[in-house]
Design a protein around this ligand. Structure first.
Ligand code: HPA
Length: 275
């Protein structure tokens, strides 16, 4: 998309949202498959269905509601995406990252991304939460391709601390206070939508990945490009293909996300208060 056109779309989407609420969000939250429950905890939320927001794509996946909420949570003003856009739905990376651009335009300075992911690290188990220390973008795509808009960020953004060290330390402290083992590791982002083969999972393990999923990387690249601090949490909803002698399914992903809901909520609500 031409930059000018993209900028106009960002501005129109942000203007629409600003008209709906006097609250000015400083923290962005992107909730993955089955994790949108956090949205139920917002105080006095203003709910914007994606199809009402100019230029917003519409999420087509079961378990992703498709609403942008603005409200208060843990004493902060937040903008929460219940449901996100994946490249496997047919959206380009710049559209997948579009909501992050809109968040930036609304004044967001820190972003929490969450996702459902398959566990590659053999020390993991289904139901674990994993703090994302780094990612490997294996989608072959990047939301920054095309002419750079210098008003958004630099041409070649640094990714050496894509996931904030400070916020990772905070998350680890919270988990230890809450008495559970928070795993930490590298998230490999693939296009999907087919799950991986066992051979692909062995390859990903060799490459240094601890978990695998089909989201997050484009959003985080766009966030870092525009100077937003990022923290990421994966819910290990299943062990990746070939590790256990059983097929993978979206139902299992949703069931596990439901099972870890309260631990997930405890961690993220505390984390938000420190962001
Ligand atoms: N692979 C890719 N994406 C996923 C998985 C998986 O095993 N689980 C949840 N999202």
């Amino acid at each position: 998309m031409l930059n000018q056109q993209m900028n106009a779309h960002i501005a129109e989407a942000a203007a629409f949202i600003r008209e709906k609420t006097a609250l000015s969000p400083e923290i962005g939250l992107i909730m993955g498959s089955g994790l949108g429950v956090l949205g139920d905890h917002l105080e006095e939320p203003v709910v914007n269905p994606y199809h009402d927001i100019p230029h917003f794509p519409i999420s087509t996946v079961e378990g992703h509601a498709g609403e942008l909420l603005i409200g208060r949570l843990s004493g902060r003003i937040v903008v929460l995406m219940r449901g996100r856009f994946h490249m496997y739905e047919g959206y380009g990376p710049e559209l997948t990252a579009f909501p992050v651009r809109v968040m930036k335009a609304l004044g967001v300075r820190a972003l929490l991304v969450t996702n459902a992911a398959g566990g590659i690290n053999l020390d993991f188990a289904s139901g674990n939460l994993m703090l994302i220390s780094d990612h490997i973008n294996l989608t072959g795509r990047n939301p920054l391709i095309g002419p750079n808009d210098d008003s958004l960020g630099v041409r070649f953004p640094d990714m050496s601390e894509a996931y904030s060290k400070r916020l990772r330390e905070v998350a680890k402290e919270i988990a230890s206070m809450q008495g559970f083992a928070l795993k930490e590791g590298v998230y490999a982002g693939l296009l999907g939508p087919s799950y991986e083969t066992p051979a692909e999972i062995r390859m990903l393990r060799t490459l240094g990945a601890d978990a695998v999923g089909m989201s997050t990387v484009a959003e985080v690249i766009a966030a870092r490009h525009s100077g937003i601090e990022v923290v990421g949490i994966s819910c290990i909803t299943n062990m990746a293909s070939g590790i256990l002698d059983q097929p993978l399914s979206h139902e299992e992903v949703m069931e596990t996300a439901e099972r870890v809901k309260s631990r997930f909520l405890g961690l993220v609500t505390s984390l938000i208060s420190k962001m």
